[in-house]
Write a protein that binds this ligand. Structure first.
Ligand code: ATP
Length: 316
């Protein structure tokens, strides 16, 4: 696990690099504090932090919507002017007209973009609707869309034109469970088709489900970043056994060489590289009645709590 990316390094494979990126608001509040972030191309990168930890401010700096107080950021290794046409973004949902159809709303959006050639508008809009799965509902009025459809249309607006990078600020915020599922599935599809996705969230579980990489923010500072595996790699995978024969189970686990054997409501230990199926077979072979057997991988929440000594204010 790395606490920060090397400053100044800008590998060609990075979709986003920030170096010392800082925003101090008038009044002195530091919303983002010397952020060094490296987002690899091809990743679904979860930008995770409790409310108020500086995620939106960072995204606004990336997009040039607010100027950094100090530091730098680059998108796709290009100048901002070159990069922005290749970057789709959803920050504060776009305002759609309720009485217009999804397609007509996208037409208005597309027409407002001076870099989008008018001759190919129909094709662009069709493709964007197709990518978010709204082709069949293209003619339906926006006000009759479900919450999930509304958010998918907002993502379609960010996908007008070929995008190498998609930046989404809390795209599931305010959605119902069905809409949340739709948006999470869509993010995965977009990434599978080759677009790097940078997605902010205050929900640990969401980032765990959706992302290949994550950065964890706390009060404007980067706590950790890396692949999901590297983030949780510092903490061991445990087995958890539900059994009435706790003492015997603990003895077998210790005999196998598992470490940190604990007996409580259940019996648990760190796997230390043992295959779980072999551990289970050994327990059963020794006559332990195994009612339940679980392999517990460390969650991002464990990582966050381990690093900061704090929990999240909101959990998914
Ligand atoms: N324009 C501003 N002026 C002063 N302070 C601001 C401004 N915008 C944000 N802040 C403060 O900066 C801090 C970081 O806010 P930011 O919106 O970036 O966090 P966030 O992680 O995106 O949280 P949320 O999910 O609640 O938007 C907060 O304490 C916020 O109050």
């Amino acid at each position: 696990m790395e606490a920060g990316a090397p400053i100044g390094a800008s590998p060609p494979s990075a979709a986003i690099v920030t170096s010392g990126l800082t925003k101090r608001f008038r009044g002195g509040q530091v919303a983002v504090d010397a952020l060094d972030l490296t987002v690899p191309r091809g990743s679904v990168f979860g930008f995770l932090g409790p409310n108020g930890s500086g995620k939106t401010t960072t995204i606004r700096m990336l997009l040039g919507l607010v100027a950094p107080t100090e530091g730098e950021c680059s998108l796709l290794g290009l100048s901002r002017a070159e990069a922005l046409p290749r970057v789709g973004a959803l920050v504060e949902g776009p305002a759609f007209y309720p009485y217009l159809s999804g397609e007509a709303n996208l037409r208005r959006f597309d027409a407002a973009d001076p870099t989008a050639p008018a001759g190919t508008a129909r094709q662009r809009i069709g493709q964007a609707l197709d990518r978010v799965g709204l082709s069949a509902a293209a003619g339906k009025r926006y006000r009759n869309y479900s919450l999930g459809m509304r958010q998918r249309l907002a993502i379609a607006a960010a996908l007008l034109g070929p995008r190498e990078l998609l930046i989404l600020d809390e795209p599931t915020n305010g959605l119902d469970p069905q809409g949340t599922r739709e948006v999470r599935a869509l993010v995965k599809e977009i990434a599978a088709a080759g677009t790097t996705v940078f997605v902010s969230s205050h929900l640990l579980a969401e980032v765990e489900q959706m992302c290949t990489h994550a950065a964890i923010m706390r009060t404007g500072q980067l706590v950790a970043q890396g692949t999901m595996a590297s983030l949780s790699g510092g903490r061991a995978t445990r087995v958890r056994i539900d059994t009435p024969d706790a003492a015997e189970a603990a003895r077998v686990l210790t005999g196998l060489g598992l470490a940190d054997v604990r007996v409580g409501d259940d019996v648990s230990a760190t796997l230390e590289g043992h295959a779980p199926e072999k551990v289970n077979a050994a327990l059963v072979g020794e006559g332990v009645a195994v009612r339940g057997f679980a392999v517990v991988r460390p969650s991002l929440e464990d990582v966050f709590v381990g690093l900061t000594g704090e929990g999240f204010d909101v959990d998914g």
